[in-house]
Design a protein around this ligand. Structure first.
Ligand code: GDP
Ligand code: MG
Length: 286
């Protein structure tokens, strides 16, 4: 039987205030997909390619970039953020099915963030994803505030601000293949190591102590805070079904990425705005 593949490419575009990282994100998308052989990597300079753009270091004409994911082909438009070039933004945005609104965590909502959102609304761009960029240069609280700010703004403008997908990241780190630093430690070289798997003894707060009202089971994902870092971690409860509030338990934690951690180190587990428990690392797992 023949497989039908839609030939129509989707046309997303990067919008947002000047210098918030639209071109860097566009280059980073092609780089990440090029690593999977789904796009030709475009350098930042290949996207910002008009001489005047290079001279002024801003995107003036919209740039069209092609890439593909496992499921779709995309013709992406990188839009200029500078106020003078809003007319180019309009002609570029007219071909957009969806937009990636780039907002720098270091700046938050700026004039062209609003302006581009308003334009997107007026020309009928239905699908918007927010990318909060530069999290490598902002602290977590700042990035969270920017997320709240953008959700509120979008609601105010008639989008579904509560449900809009918001992704936090660093386009520059993705482009350069480095990781944001969101925990640093000063130590003698070689004296500490980063690990992503550990066993711990944890006390789970009860409701009166500010914790959860309900028990939890294995595979719950929590945020782990220790020293200067925090990281998402998946929980496994060895040898039993669930852990009740007010109980203490042995847990295995698998962190999303390696962090500086050693036996005896204390940490806190949070679930959204709730402090769920506090614990101590008993063993580093291979
Ligand atoms: P655009 O005007 O929105 O297209 O922004 P650019 O992509 O030209 O980026 C503006 C500046 O921000 C450049 O100097 C980038 O290197 C820098 N930048 C972009 N992304 C990041 C990031 O994730 N972290 C940091 N620290 N800087 C970034
Ligand atoms: Mg640009």
């Amino acid at each position: 039987m023949a497989t039908f593949i839609s030939a129509r490419a989707l046309a997303p575009g990067t919008i947002g205030h000047v210098d918030h990282g639209k071109t860097t994100l566009t280059a980073a998308i092609t780089k990440v997909l090029a690593d999977k052989k789904l796009a030709a990597a475009k350098k930042y300079a290949d996207i910002d390619n008009a001489p005047e753009e290079k001279a002024r270091g801003i995107t003036i004409n919209v740039a069209h970039i092609e890439y593909q994911t496992e499921s779709r082909h995309y013709g992406h438009t990188d839009c200029p953020g500078h106020a003078d070039y809003i007319k180019n933004m309009i002609t570029g945005a007219a071909q957009m099915d969806g937009a990636i609104l780039v907002v720098a965590a270091t700046d938050g909502v700026m004039p062209q963030t609003r302006e581009h959102l308003l334009l997107a609304k007026q020309i009928g761009v239905q699908h918007i994803v927010v990318f909060i960029n530069k999290v490598d240069a902002a602290d977590k609280e700042m990035a969270e505030l920017v997320e709240m700010e953008i959700r509120e703004l979008m609601t105010e403008m008639g989008f579904d601000g509560e449900k809009v997908p918001v992704i936090l990241g660093s386009a520059l780190c993705a482009l350069e293949g480095t990781k944001p630093e969101i925990g640093m430690i000063m130590c003698k070289p070689g004296s500490m190591k980063a690990h992503d798997s550990l066993e711990a003894q944890v006390y789970i707060l009860n409701k009166e102590e500010g914790g959860r009202a309900k028990p939890f089971t294995s595979f719950i994902q929590l945020q782990m805070f220790s020293k200067t870092w925090d990281c998402a971690a998946q929980v496994t409860i060895p040898g039993k079904e669930m852990v009740m509030p007010g109980e203490d338990s042995q847990l295995q934690l698998k962190m999303m990425r390696p962090m500086v951690v050693e036996q005896g180190q204390r940490f806190t587990l949070r679930d959204g705005f709730l402090t769920l428990g506090t614990g101590v690392v008993t063993k580093i797992l291979p």
